[in-house]
Ligand binder design. Structure first.
Ligand code: HEM
Ligand SMILES: *[C@@H]1O[C@H](CO)[C@@H](O)[C@H](O)[C@H]1NC(C)=O
Ligand SMILES: *[C@@H]1O[C@H](CO)[C@@H](O)[C@H](O)[C@H]1NC(C)=O
Ligand SMILES: *[C@@H]1O[C@H](CO)[C@@H](O)[C@H](O)[C@H]1NC(C)=O
Ligand SMILES: *[C@@H]1O[C@H](CO)[C@@H](O)[C@H](O)[C@H]1NC(C)=O
Ligand SMILES: *[C@@H]1O[C@H](CO)[C@@H](O)[C@H](O)[C@H]1NC(C)=O
Ligand SMILES: CC(=O)N[C@H]1CO[C@H](CO)[C@@H](O)[C@@H]1O
Length: 323
């Protein structure tokens, strides 16, 4: 081996240290109980409030898509700037207290060590696991961001009106591909939506009081009769996978193939031939296949633009930056 080769290797080694990646068990020495505190709390509380699992999974997505997975979604507004929380796509984000409670338990154990960003990532994973969903790897070592800007949430979180091209672009801007897009959208197999997130499809699709032709007309009629009785009702909620909205299963994809996805962004996945055939294949495979593939995309999502090393900080209180 040449000296030059060895030098190159050690340089690369130094570079990777400077870059500081996430790693498994980041807190194994600095706070060995951290991951277990999260898991025990989730295991004790989510079974009493299983609908929270969906909210916490969505919170992780919204966090990662704005400034990376840096817990910016948890910050309160300041006098200078309205926070992500106050932005329209936040509608129905829930579970802030749940995260705060876990953070305070961990702070008691080892103050100033474990980031809010890692807590969100772990909580999302553990919540889905305890409702019987997939397990995915959560490497840790994320640090917390210093900025939360409502406009950035609006600009970075894909809207339910997005078509396939717009969704693909949004995901690509976060380093995620079309496979990640259709797998991660599978999260809509749990949870609920407000009527206002899709009522344009029922009442005024092109501004002529019409319906979205891509939505099953029988399903649309049913929603209008029983759930979203007036346009832009922003209080009623609808189960996205009716009857199974607390079960992490293939229900979402089965609905897509029946033209019963709630959002245009759901329906959009079947407008692309290749994606549609991937969905058909997934639906006819064992559930474990979906779980395994979903897990890979979740791990990828959890790495989006993370702050590591000495970037950012470890917040003491997840709602405010350290003073
Ligand atoms: C592909 C682009 C996506 C769009 C356009 C989208 C849009 C939405 C909208 C509009 C809602 C309903 C909000 C409401 O009215 O209350 C929702 C709910 C939800 N989303 Fe997505 N989403 C997307 C991707 C994702 C991803 C990647 C995840 C997680 C991996 C996710 C997880 C969830 C969950 C679990 C809920 C239910 C929340 C609850 O029950 O509180 N979504 N999404
Ligand atoms: C953050 O905002 C919430 C809701 O407005 C409030 O209850 C909480 O006390 C605030 N937290 C801090 C640390 O200011
Ligand atoms: C918030 O983000 C928007 C969009 O990137 C930017 O134009 C604006 O200056 C930011 N606000 C503050 C106070 O930094
Ligand atoms: C998708 O949406 C974008 C942005 O609204 C629009 O410019 C584009 O024409 C749409 N593409 C298709 C295929 O409908
Ligand atoms: C439908 O949209 C059009 C164009 O945006 C608007 O003028 C009209 O008032 C809307 N109708 C309803 C029932 O919301
Ligand atoms: C819900 O709709 C009502 C009536 O249209 C409106 O006053 C209110 O601001 C809306 N709330 C949200 C969160 O958009
Ligand atoms: C949790 C939270 O801060 N929700 C806010 C979401 O945004 C609306 C306005 O769009 C606020 O009214 C909510 O308080």
């Amino acid at each position: 081996m040449s000296i030059k080769f060895l030098l190159t290797c050690s340089l690369l080694g130094l570079l990777s240290v400077a870059q500081a990646d996430l790693k498994f068990g980041f807190y194994v020495k600095s706070c060995p109980k951290a991951e277990n505190i999260v898991f025990q709390y989730v295991r004790e509380h989510i079974p009493h409030a299983p609908s929270l699992a969906a909210a916490l999974l969505r919170m992780h997505f919204h966090d990662c898509f704005v400034r990376g997975c840096d817990a910016s979604v948890l910050l309160n507004s300041t006098s200078k700037i309205p926070a992500e929380k106050t932005s329209p796509p936040n509608l129905s984000l829930r579970g802030f207290d749940f995260i705060d409670k876990i953070k305070s338990l961990i702070e008691e154990e080892c103050p100033g060590v474990v980031s809010c960003a890692d807590i969100i990532s772990l909580v999302a994973r553990d919540s889905v696991l305890v409702i019987g969903g997939p397990f995915w790897n959560v490497p840790t070592g994320r640090r917390d961001g210093l900025i939360s800007n409502a406009t950035e949430a609006l600009n970075n979180i894909p809207a339910p009106t997005f078509n396939f091209t717009a969704l693909t672009k949004s995901f690509a801007s976060k380093g995620l591909d079309v496979t990640d897009l259709f797998l991660l959208s599978g999260a809509h197999t749990i949870g609920v939506s407000h009527c206002s997130s899709f009522s344009n499809r029922l009442y005024n699709f092109t501004g002529k009081g019409d319906q979205d032709p891509a939505l099953d007309p029988f399903y649309a009629a049913n929603l209008k009769k029983n759930k979203c009785k007036v346009p832009n009702d922003n209080t009623t909620i609808v189960e996205m996978d009716p009857g199974n909205f607390k079960t992490f299963d293939l229900g979402y994809y089965k609905l897509l193939l029946k033209r019963r996805g709630l959002f245009q962004s759901d329906a959009a996945l079947t407008t692309d031939a290749a994606t549609k055939s991937s969905i058909i294949k997934l639906v006819s495979s064992p559930l474990e296949v979906f779980f395994k593939e979903f897990a890979m995309s979740m791990e990828k999502m959890g790495r989006i633009e993370v702050l590591t090393g000495s970037s950012g900080e470890i917040r003491k209180n997840c709602a405010v930056v350290n003073s």
